[in-house]
Design a protein around this ligand. Structure first.
Ligand SMILES: C[S@@+](CC[C@H](N)C(=O)[O-])C[C@H]1O[C@@H](n2cnc3c(N)ncnc32)[C@H](O)[C@@H]1O
Length: 268
């Protein structure tokens, strides 16, 4: 499978998923963003994120998110005082919704539909702060390529914040059933994949459907950190948490495992 096919398939799979997400949310984001104080950082796991964000001065900052899905997180981040935001995502439907939400929220945010790996050179050295959130890294077979883009886009001294699902949490992503545990059904930590979510990507409404082909990859924590460092980003902070990010029945039961992590970095 060549990379172009992977990204084209993932674009279709995510367009399909957005239809389910929008149905499940039934305009709650559109209603929410009419309120100036609305934020989507309201999950239990967001406590540690908000603590970290509280220490960052966003005044006059240009911030970005890769990928941004429907922009709800980037628009929530903008409430912390940044000047401008740009979000990038491969899904047509996600970007269309993000633009609509920005308009409703009256926030200066631009959203571009693009593969992260193809982000235009006009964004080189453009961002003071880049945010990467849960479910963002597994779509890229080669994290070196991905973090080369992050590094290219950040200004010198620009900050990177990752708050992602822990690679260990991805072990339970495909067929594992915690109610009748069969460890043969875990995704192997050391096998990159690709893997496919056969039952779809509706982590909002929980509807299972026969998903279009979409591909994701297992990345070890060491691979993530190596890709970051190799691309000229310094590691400023790392922490692992038992905080669940996705609605995953299996991980809920497996509360002895790390389920999320945070990494802060800086472009040297
Ligand atoms: C789970 S979301 C992550 C963003 C956010 N945390 C969220 O939960 O909405 C995954 C996003 O990655 C996007 N995506 C997948 N592959 C991509 C690529 N190659 N370039 C840009 N976006 C991509 C999808 O369209 C989707 O919106």
């Amino acid at each position: 499978m060549n990379s172009k096919n992977i990204y084209d398939s993932n674009r279709s799979a995510w367009n399909e998923a957005l239809n389910y997400h929008q149905k499940a949310r039934s305009n709650s984001l559109q209603k929410g963003f009419q309120d100036l104080n609305f934020t989507t950082f309201d999950r239990d796991c967001d406590v540690v994120l908000l603590e970290k964000l509280d220490k960052i001065d966003f005044t006059d900052k240009v911030i970005g998110q890769l990928p941004c899905n429907n922009g709800r997180e980037l628009l929530s981040l903008m409430k912390l005082g940044a000047k401008k935001a740009v979000g990038f995502d491969i899904s047509d439907n996600a970007i269309q919704e993000a633009k609509q939400l920005a308009e409703i929220a009256k926030i200066d945010a631009t959203f571009e539909r693009t593969n992260i790996l193809d982000i235009n050179d006009s964004y080189n050295n453009y961002f003071d702060f880049i945010y990467i959130s849960e479910g963002s890294l597994q779509w890229f077979p080669d994290l070196n390529e991905y973090f080369a883009v992050v590094s290219r886009l950040l200004k010198k001294g620009g900050q990177l914040l990752i708050f992602e699902m822990h690679p260990i949490a991805y072990l339970f992503e495909v067929d594992f059933d915690a109610k009748s545990p069969d460890f043969d059904l875990l995704v192997p930590y050391f096998k990159k994949g690709p893997y496919h979510y056969k039952d779809g990507l509706d982590y909002v409404g929980g509807v299972e459907y026969e998903s279009k082909e979409g591909y994701w990859f297992m990345h070890k924590l060491s691979d993530i950190l190596k890709a970051l460092i190799t691309n000229g980003l310094t590691l400023e902070y790392i922490e692992e948490y038992n905080l669940e990010m996705a609605n995953n029945e299996s991980t809920k039961v497996l509360d002895k495992f790390p389920l999320s992590y945070m990494v802060a970095g800086m472009k040297a």
